[in-house]
Design a protein around this ligand. Structure first.
Ligand code: AHR
Length: 672
């Protein structure tokens, strides 16, 4: 320092103060290197099944959600089998001087005996004249029906009366004043139960509509099994088009259903019983799901779940009740009837149309078998007293009858070996963001022998998640990169829960939020889009070198796009830290100049605030933003923004170039 001129020191101090800001920015940029070995020897095929979805009847995901039925409690059964009973959410138009309604047990359907008796006291003329528009009942659906101008709705109902009737069937606004569509059922002789059908074309739109059955004619009318469905449903199979669209975009390789705790029930008497959910919809008894505490008419039943799987091109994963609920259990010694139920369910799905249960499926319009190849014995029941005993009975009986069916155990085999045979073990993780992010390494050291892992439920929950935050999505992306890298032992993974009706949030967060007419994906939904090409793709060995590697994870895969018939290498990286990262990527094992900038893209999921969420008002606040990737090459430098998830799709020059490790059956073609 002695020989340093004094003015130089002064200059240095001043310039450090002046440049403090930018100096900080430069210092805060971190560099990292990502080496990808894309040689054939390093490549490993990713299971075709890796990424799928888990549908649970929770948050009105199905009833009042994916299932397009507009009437809630269509058979008046929700109030129970003892009469008189509550008919909620049905209500009356008129008052005690003009009509009396009460449930009785006069239905023509054996499994759901409750019907509604409506005694009309007023008339078109005389001393007790009905009010203008008549008196009757209405159903508001699930927090309002979405009725859209120009669309047609099919109303089906069962009716009986000893007099002639003139009933108006109308779709109206929430207070009944705005008539959206109306038709009349006029009948002289309906002294036995009669099915009536009307088609209503809406002349206006109302997202909060209701269905009314009214009359101005004195007499007694019974109603039962009243349904209103839009004609326009996905493939005509009864699913709400917009919600299925969100699922299709995820290209799910499997669909796990119907729960979750929904399968178990708080008590066995309220668990999901598949036989009660099949056959003509009018004959289904419906049930009260006592875990999530709402009634379902079970229009979305076992058959419809299998149909949905087929429509999505996904493998069904049937989670069945194994004689265990949250509060009661069937002893293994007397589990045989439960076991028979499940064998019957498999026959229903796979048996030929001459078999006992296959013929029931055929009668429902699906003579060809469904492709059921996965079943899970219960949900989260491993620790329970009878689990192992019951499990073994199910396992051996199913394997004997259907050796190809893969059986999923509830017991976690990631930390110790299972003490029973299984094809998969179930792994669920709900935790805060840093725990979930750190679990990217969870499967690095698990045993490579024994059953494979099925991560059937994962999500960040609690404060970090809000009702669906960017922070949660980033942590989950890190976890999934770990899953992808370990896809030799983890063969299936799905986020949970999938859907929430915003009017009935029982579980936070969820992937897709909707009401009667709107919907949006949470950041966790969009995060899953980065993995849609992974199932069936090819994973490459890669190494990440970074100063603070604890906030970075990355992977590299190849995949083939059928739409443009091109091969791509996709690099995905999560920057979980608050610094910008300059990432130097080097890809070995490809010919020089293999990549072309044209067609190469970059996709980023980030936002200005870690806790940012999407909403009905701002559905696209946190969504992936795609741009052209300039300078795509074997050696390239890319920027990872703070708190971001980025993917780089490098387009390979020659469409005929055989990707390393990508033999004809080792690359999944993207066809959706
Ligand atoms: O996904 C919500 C619930 O979380 C599921 O029903 C259950 O399996 C888990 O505890």
């Amino acid at each position: 320092m002695g020989s340093f001129p004094r003015f130089t020191l002064g200059f240095l101090i001043v310039s450090c103060i002046l440049y403090q800001c930018s100096a900080f920015e430069v210092d805060s940029n971190q560099t990292a290197r990502f080496f990808v070995n894309s040689s054939e020897a390093s490549a490993r095929k990713i299971p075709e099944t890796l990424f799928g979805i888990f549908f649970e009847e929770i948050n009105h995901a199905g009833a009042g959600g994916l299932w397009a039925e507009l009437v809630n409690n269509r058979g008046f059964e929700a109030g129970g089998q003892n009469t008189p009973s509550n008919i909620d959410p049905w209500s009356i138009i008129g008052d005690g001087s003009s009509l009396i309604v009460a449930t009785d047990r006069s239905s023509c359907f054996d499994r759901n005996k409750i019907a509604l008796r409506m005694e009309v006291l007023c008339d078109g003329q005389g001393t007790n004249v009905c009010p203008v528009g008549g008196v009757g009942i209405y159903n508001p659906g699930f927090w309002g029906m979405n009725i859209e101008q120009g669309k047609t709705y099919k109303v089906v109902l069962y009716v009986r009366s000893l007099q002639s009737v003139n009933i108006s069937v109308s779709l109206t606004g929430s207070n009944g004043f705005q008539t959206l569509a109306t038709a009349n059922i006029i009948a002289a002789d309906i002294s036995t139960w009669t099915k009536a059908e009307v088609l209503l074309e809406a002349k206006e739109t109302n997202h909060n509509a209701r269905l009314q059955l009214t009359t101005s004619k004195k007499g007694v009318i019974w109603f039962d099994q009243v349904s209103a469905m839009p004609l326009d449903t996905y493939k005509g199979h009864g699913f709400r088009n917009d919600l299925v669209g969100m699922l299709r975009d995820l290209k799910p390789q499997f669909i796990r259903f119907p729960g979750g705790c929904f399968v178990e029930g708080e008590w066995l008497r309220n668990a999901f019983r598949w036989k009660e959910t099949i056959g003509p919809w009018e004959e289904r008894p419906g049930h009260f799901g006592d875990v999530w505490k709402y009634w379902t008419d079970d229009g979305l039943g076992y058959f419809e779940f299998l149909q949905l799987a087929e429509d999505l091109g996904s493998s069904p994963v049937w989670v069945f009740n194994n004689g265990i609920s949250h509060n009661d259990q069937v002893a293994s010694a007397i589990i045989a009837p439960f076991l028979q139920e499940i064998l019957d369910s498999i026959e229903f799905s796979r048996g030929d149309s001459n078999s006992t249960w296959g013929s029931v499926r055929a009668a429902m319009g699906h003579p060809e078998p469904f492709h059921l190849r996965y079943v899970a014995v219960g949900n989260e029941d491993c620790g329970k007293k009878n689990y192992r005993g019951n499990y073994l009975k199910f396992y051996y009986a199913i394997k004997q009858a259907y050796p190809d069916i893969k059986i999923i155990s509830n017991c976690d085999g990631s930390t110790r070996q299972l003490d029973h045979p299984a094809d998969y073990y179930d792994y669920h993780i709900y935790s805060d963001a840093s725990t979930v992010f750190s679990l990217a390494r969870k499967f690095d050291h698990t045993s490579r022998s024994g059953p494979k892992a099925f991560v059937s439920e994962y999500a960040v929950t609690g404060k970090d998640a809000g009702t669906g935050s960017l922070l949660a999505a980033l942590a989950e992306a890190g976890f999934l990169i770990g899953v992808e890298r370990n896809s030799d032992v983890v063969e299936m993974a799905s986020y949970a829960p999938l859907f929430v009706n915003a009017n009935n949030r029982q579980w936070n967060p969820d992937a897709i939020v909707f009401n009667s007419f709107q919907l949006y994906g949470t950041p966790s939904y969009w995060m899953q889009h980065f993995f849609t090409e992974s199932s069936g793709g090819t994973l490459f060995n890669s190494t990440l070198q970074a100063n603070s590697s604890s906030s970075l994870v990355a992977s590299a895969i190849s995949w083939q796009n059928l739409e443009d018939n091109k091969n791509y290498i996709r690099i995905k990286a999560v920057n979980f830290g608050s610094n910008t990262v300059n990432l130097k990527v080097s890809i070995d094992g490809v010919e020089p100049n293999s990549f072309q900038s044209y067609g190469s893209t970059k996709k980023v999921l980030t936002s200005s605030n870690l806790m940012d969420e999407n909403s009905f008002k701002e559905p696209n606040k946190v969504v992936p933003v795609e741009s052209q990737l300039e300078d795509a090459g074997e050696d390239m430098e890319v920027i990872l923004s703070p708190h971001s998830f980025t993917s780089f799709d490098l387009s390979i020059e020659s469409p005929n170039l055989q990707m390393p490790g990508a033999g004809t059956d080792s690359v999944r073609k993207s066809s959706n």
